[in-house]
Ligand binder design. Sequence first.
Ligand code: BGC
Length: 579
Amino acid sequence: MTIDSAPENELEADLAGTTTGREWWRTAVIYQVYPRSFADGNGDGMGDLVGITRRLPALRELGVDAVWFSPFFTSPQNDAGYDVADYCDIDPLFGTLDDFDRMIAEAHDLGLRVIVDLVPNHSSTAHRWFQEALAAPAGSPERARYMFRDGKGADGSLPPNNWQSVFGGSAWTRITEPDGTPGQWYLHLFDASQPDFDWNNPWVREQFRGVLRFWLDRGVDGFRVDVAHGMIKAEGLPDYTPPEGSGSMGGAGGVDDIGLEPEISVEEDEPTPPYWAQEGVHDIFRDWHEVLAAYDGDRVLCAEAWVDPLSKLADWVRPDEMHQAFNFAYLETPWSAPALRRVITDSLDAFTGVGAPSTWVLSNHDVIRHASRLAMQNHVQGHGLGPKSTNKPDPALGLRRARAATTLMLALPGSAYVYQGEELGLPEVVDLPDEARQDPTWFRTNGERYGRDGCRVPIPWEADAPAYGFNDTGASWLPQPAEWATFARDAQIGVPGSTLELYRLLLEQRRELDLGSGSLQWLEGYGEDVIAFRNGAITVLANVGDVPVELPGGGDVLLASEPLDGSTLPADTTAWLRS
Ligand code: BGC
């Protein structure tokens, strides 16, 4: 974008210079597009950049500030694009670099910032860098790009340590050397097709600086950084057995065992796993911070970091490191007033302490959609839901709670993330047939865990169109449920009280009242099950219990997640009142 005249929108104004303390990402609502499932321009059943570009105006109308795109880079798609074979090109499934340039230009014209996904912990085995490593001998500079090690035992036939892959099974795979003999092993914290880089190698660091600059030069406003907590491993790669039931990688059981997103143990009485949250990651973040700072405007790095407690996660967003980190502690908090009060307080304390905004998030492409999850008990994230699950949620209760939860979230100061389809109230799809499933978790656990496909189904735009308007052929890489017509965007737009209209109102009022840069004061006296606080001009009351409560006398209701019954706030309902 050239800035040769008066800025036409806020985004252009920001690109004209940095705005320390007022950077857009401090308060932004960022919408996650999962490219496979947003909109399909060529009708092959897989979403693509042309389809996304056509539908961008809908996001402007929704009222979000930025869009984060899950990966669309060249990839064999073993992990839905999180297995990258070329960081600087677009997979033909999704289009071309020209399509990307048109998409970002359209987004910027609409005043939407663009964040792309950076996947630095691992590449695909199909990446040229890995193929060259396989062809080169042990001990070569090419092998040193990744984590190759000799095996244990007299003939090297045992893996170098006991680490388990997040998706199930050993985290090591043995290669066959170019001469046909059994050879070294390489580390993959995820699928065997996702070899981990050795981030202690300056060559790797240099390549990724290049990747960042490639996309910054094309105009992106920032990066969501995949598995930011995994890039550095402890010296010597020591064996590690997660405490039983702790939910650490490969561990079993517990609501915190989220499989894909392992709980990071950093409590004093539990050792930090040698593959997560190592101190060495901070140097990398500082390096990248400088790369971004050399560009004009305010660019953002947001860490996907499953790190707890929040006080530890705050180290990741110190002033010269990442700008934001996903608040997964918030996402994982059950629908309980004391638990929500605590996580909100801890988040604001932790992030404010380092001068960073807190983020808030309820759904993404890795977790059960919150319109289902909030009505579930004892679920294990990462395991997903399927036909044989015994803990299927009540859809009506789930949707009601999801609307209340979002109405609460969007009243909080800081930046919030919204996952495509949640503005339509979409639930998790629980009845996908086994043969349709594509998540590597499903295959690596022999169907023991359903995995994440249920939150990735292409979203409905038009009730009466083929594939609900996802494309015009009716093809869809995951089958869409028969009952999704009622969730379609065109069935909700302009309908008072629909979930889509609720989101539009929330986003409009959040912006108007500048809630993102506000501050929160807790209010007492509404009862144990009511979350009550003031943020600027509004009082927020969320009734998380199951009995209605009286609204304060004279309360002037600005909006509510459900119709109110006279002067009472029903169960599972949130209201914003003018203070
Ligand atoms: C992404 C997942 C992906 C994994 C490996 C995650 O954190 O969000 O979708 O499977 O990283 O790249």
